[in-house]
Design a protein around this ligand. Sequence first.
Ligand SMILES: *[C@@H]1O[C@H](CO)[C@@H](O)[C@H](O)[C@H]1NC(C)=O
Length: 339
Amino acid sequence: MDTSDSEGDSRKSNNKPKYSKFSQQELPACKPRLTPGTVVVAFSLIGVIFILIGLASLSASQEIVELVDRYDADCVPTGDKVGFIQNSETDKICTRTLTVPKHMKSPIHIYYQISGFYQNYRRYVKSRSDKQLRYKNDVHVTKDCHYEANTDDGAPIVPCGLIAWSMFNDTFAISVNKNTIEVNKKDIAWKSDKNNKFGSDIYPSNFQKGSLIGGAKLNESIPLSEQEDLIVWMRTAALPTFRKLYGRIETDIMANDQVTVVIQNNYNTYSFGGSKALVLSTTTWIGGKNNFIGVAYLTLGSLCLFLAMGFIVLYMVKRRTLGDPTYLSWNRDTLDHRY
Ligand SMILES: *[C@@H]1O[C@H](CO)[C@@H](O)[C@H](O)[C@H]1NC(C)=O
């Protein structure tokens, strides 16, 4: 008797859920009461913080010094521009002089900017073989590379496709006050692209050997993962006006210095009416020159402050007196009729 009873007791106590604050729904909880006061304080706080961030971003963007020099029109003779560009005998050197308006702090980024070039065109953007770029055993996988897949005798072009074929091939040599400045072209491509998308054991072959040259040639003794200009070019731009990183200058340039750029004007933007420009730009923590973030923060911050004001007027200045039921009816007459 005794034993069976105590057994039953112990079974019962085993079935009981283990006590915890969670199973008993006793966890501490935060139940904010959204009174007009707290709402006004919250909106004002968010508004002030956003306006401060907006002002900081705008001032960082204003600090950036950016020089843009469009050179495509001045660097060809008037007349047959396409013929001039396609002729390998013509002298394509073009010298440009820029005056720096404000002290430019290193690193100064050098970009080329192209307009009217639709790198997002569907048949262009698909004309590449990611397998071939990455794996040595797949160098013959060129089925997606329409128009620039194989040579006439069937050997695969590495890298194949229209994107690689149309790679930018202008060059820039820069000097400041007649002293040559070294342009650092290391680490201009994304690290992830270099490590994960382009093979370190794949070398260019049969590239740019056809009858129509689309752009730059590649050094066949350098593996694809080290061809940073190619990697930058193959990260296709989404819009028809785009900038791509060319290199960096690692010395400061003072205000009123004369920057001389010797351009090899090779790339053919003339046959499709595009334009080319050289961009020198410093950077800050927000990146390049762009006011959008600052303006967006200022707009949202002002909106929050405006809403806070609205709440003050609606709920704190014009508040109804407690215990007054008249607000329930549209006018007093209906009330009087009913009673
Ligand atoms: C540069 O590219 C153009 C096509 O845009 C081509 O006609 C020219 O031959 C190329 N020049 C060099 C030096 O690679």
